[in-house]
Every structure is written in C-alpha cells, then in structure tokens.
Design a protein around this ligand. Structure first.
Ligand SMILES: Cc1cc2nc3c(=O)[nH]c(=O)nc-3n(C[C@H](O)[C@H](O)[C@H](O)COP(=O)(O)OP(=O)(O)OC[C@H]3O[C@@H](n4cnc5c(N)ncnc54)[C@H](O)[C@@H]3O)c2cc1C
Length: 397
C-alpha cells in the first residue's frame, strides 16, 4: 500500500517495506510450493515471523513487544496477505491472545512469550450449531473443586493441534430470564503441547477448499480439565474490556480488531491478484497485441485498483479509530463488509482477465480467488456485518 500523511511516518514506511520484502522473498515461494498440496506453514517460517517481532506488534515494549498499534498490525498483515493469507492470519494467534489470566506475574510471562512467538494459540468459539449466533454456544464448563471441566463440540478451530493453547468459549451457567442469551459465556485457556491434544480432547481436520497453511479442526471435548486460574477475564490482552464486563463482552470487543484485521488481509489478497493480473496483461498476447492494450481490460484493471485503494483507506481509518480508543463497532463492521466483498469482486475479475490460464492451478490467481472467498464468511459473515450496521442505523421496533 502507499501511505499518505498523517499516517506515513518514516517508522511506518520502514515497517511496511520490511513486511513487503519479507512477503515477496520469503512467504511467496513457500506459499507457491505448499498451497497446491494443502501443506502446513513450516516451523522455520513461523520462527522468522517471530524473529521480526510480529507476534508482538500490539504488545507493549516493556512486556517484550514492539509497542505499536492496531494500525501497524494491519499494515504488516496486508503485506503478508499479498503472499499468503494464512501467514497474515497466524499473527492474530499472538498479539497477547491467551494472556488474560488474573495473576500479574504469570500474565507478564505469557505476554512476553506471546510477543516472542512462543505462545501461539487457537481460538475455539464456533460450534456446529453456533456460528453467527455465538450466544448459542453449548459447550459447558462445570466447576469441580479448583478446576473447571469442559465438555462439548467445537468446529473451525484453526491451528488447534500446532498451538500452545486453545481459547475455548464455554457456558458456566444458563442465563437468567431477564439476562441476554450471552450471559454465562466465558473464555477458558486450555494449555497444551504443540502437536498434541490434551487429555479429553480429540480432533479431526476439516477439508477446506482454501486457506491452506493452517489446519482447521473439529474438536470434541469430553471432560477437558482446566485449572481455576485458567478461566480468562478476556479474549485479547488489548481488548480493553474491564473484568466486570464479563468474558462475552471482551470477546465482542476483540472482534472489532479481528474485523479491521480481516479487512486489511482482504486488501492484501486483492492487491496480490491485481499485481499478478497487471503482469499477465503485459505477458499474454492475442490478436497480435498484449491483451493489456485492450481498453475493456485496462478499464477493468483501473476499477480493481480503485476498489482496493478505497478499501485500504477505510481500514487505515478504522484501525486509527481503534488505536485512538474511539468506539467504532459500526465502522469495524462496515470495513469488514466492504473490504472483503471488494476482495471477492477483484479476485473474480482477476481470474476473468487471466482467461483459461486463471482457471488452473498453474497460476496464483486461483489461490487469491479461493482465499478471498473465505473473507466474507469468517470473522462474522457479510450478513452479520450488515445486521450490526443496520441495527445501529435503525433500531428494531
Ligand atoms: C476456514 C474457516 C476458518 C474459521 N476459523 C475459525 C476459528 O479459528 N475459530 C472459530 O471459532 N471459528 C472459526 N470459523 C468459523 C466462522 O467464524 C463461522 O463459519 C462464521 O461465523 C459463520 O458461521 P456458520 O459457518 O455457522 O454459518 P451460519 O451462522 O450457519 O450462517 C449461514 C448463513 O446464514 C446467514 N445468517 C445467519 N444468521 C443470520 C441473521 N441473523 N441474519 C441474516 N443472515 C444470517 C449467514 O450470513 C450465512 O450466510 C472459521 C470458519 C471457516 C470457514
């Protein structure tokens, strides 16, 4: 992306250049090799991300992080997503995720590990019967002495086996009749070894059509024991929720960050498709001309670039609002909606401009198209974003 003042500080431009070069030189060759075989991100790549400090972009410097904001986190993520969406996504499994424990000494230690990429998690909110409607989560957490015992069925937990911990949203009690349906939902930290599921948990992988680099898991929890100290007071360290807001409120707040992060990732995917298409229009000749000479295709390219620039400006705006502590749930929903729908349109057009070659696994454009398609579904579907926006514009009768 090309930054404009007042965001284009020298430090941010340097960070952007570093992420762009890393995406091009390191991530892209790995993605080209592993995505076609549904491969997992290699441990060395994760270590390189960690060495750059990118698991701790939003963690304070005195906690071992880079001490930057959501803007910088999105800036790096857009660049990484140009090469491979899942590499931009793994960064969200650091950033203080799984550190909201009550004991200050332990919290600091976990934050330090999170910043260094030694505390990489998985998030298990969704269930077979609770996706858009997270208040319908049915996994239970039952007190047993000092421990909690978790039982239920989770679906879509990305990176669960490879993770150091899994954050599980579970119900500790049924809501009272006058309470909202989400009352009684709390996040728990299931600490585990990388590559192993803990006692009481079994997992099967879900065979996806894209978003490779990550394995995505269907998890059955049957009496998973969690020490009392691992009931969390929030989902993200920087969620800003106070303890008395309850776990579900903090989950909702963290979704604002997740939504702008998804928007930036979608812009990155679309940018990758634009760049490949620009090259292809010069390379491919028909009727004795590079196809890039044909006005219809030139104009299509112009529309793609304009769409991307608009979505980028919007994520910059919303990330800035979040960093400034401005309440912006509606704007976070808008940017998630607009940027991800844009990425679907742009990658679809990119495939069209590649002709038959676009509909093969020989070109990257099919990866961008498959990965963009996910962005309107996860982190809250487009319909749910429209619901959030319209509910604020027009309260229900
Ligand atoms: C590849 C992938 C990775 C994921 N990773 C994770 C993860 O790591 N952790 C995790 O917890 N979850 C994850 N998810 C789950 C994801 O967040 C859900 O898929 C998403 O929230 C939608 O839920 P659902 O699939 O149950 O669809 P549903 O909620 O069943 O929705 C089906 C359709 O109905 C629409 N709809 C539902 N309710 C309404 C309404 N009130 N008004 C209008 N339309 C509505 C939806 O928009 C959609 O079009 C992942 C999903 C995928 C596909």
């Amino acid at each position: 992306m090309d930054l404009l003042p007042p965001w284009a500080t020298p430090a941010r431009l340097a960070l952007q250049q570093k992420a762009r070069a890393f995406a091009h030189d390191v991530v892209l060759p790995v993605a080209d090799q592993l995505d076609p075989v549904k491969g997992e991100m290699p441990a060395e790549l994760v270590e390189q991300l960690a060495a750059n400090g990118w698991f701790g972009i939003t963690i304070a410097q005195d906690e071992g992080g880079l001490g930057l904001g959501v803007f910088d986190y999105c800036l790096v993520s857009e660049e990484l997503a140009r090469a491979w969406l899942s590499v931009a996504s793994i960064l969200a499994r650091g950033q203080g995720l799984g550190t909201q424990v009550d004991e200050p000494v332990r919290r600091r230690e976990l934050l330090r590990r999170s910043a260094q990429g030694e505390w990489i998690g998985s998030i298990a909110l969704s269930e077979p019967d609770a996706g858009s409607d997270l208040a319908g989560v049915a996994t239970t957490a039952t007190r047993d002495g000092d421990d909690w015992v978790l039982s239920g069925h989770k679906r879509w937990a990305g990176n669960a086996l490879a993770a150091d911990f899994i954050e599980v949203l579970a119900r500790v009690r049924e809501p009272d009749p006058e309470e909202s349906r989400s009352a009684g939902l709390e996040p728990f930290l299931v600490v585990k070894e990388r590559g192993v599921f803990p006692d009481g948990m079994t997992g099967t992988t879900i065979d996806k059509i894209g978003y490779h680099g990550f394995l995505t898991w269907d998890l059955v929890l049957d009496g998973v024991r969690v020490p009392g100290r691992d009931k969390l007071s929030g989902l993200y360290a920087d969620s800003g929720a106070s303890a008395d807001e309850g776990g579900f409120a903090s989950v909702q707040r963290s979704l604002n960050i997740a939504r702008v992060h998804t928007a930036a990732r979608a812009v990155g995917v679309a940018q990758g498709a634009l760049e490949d298409t620009t090259a292809y229009l010069q390379e491919r000749e028909q009727f004795g001309h590079p196809i890039g000479d044909f006005q219809a295709l030139r104009f299509a390219l112009a529309d793609m670039a304009a769409d991307i620039a608009q979505a980028r400006a919007f994520w910059c705006q919303v990330a800035h609002l979040i960093d400034e502590g401005v309440a912006c749930e509606s704007e976070a929903a808008m940017v998630k909606l607009q940027a991800t729908e844009m990425a679907v349109r742009v990658t679809n057009q990119a495939m069209q401009l590649h002709g038959g070659n676009g509909y093969t696994t020989e070109r990257r454009v099919e990866r961008y198209w498959r990965d963009a398609r996910l962005t309107t579904i996860f982190e809250g579907t487009s319909e749910i974003q429209r619901r959030i926006i319209s509910d604020r514009l027009l309260p229900r009768a």
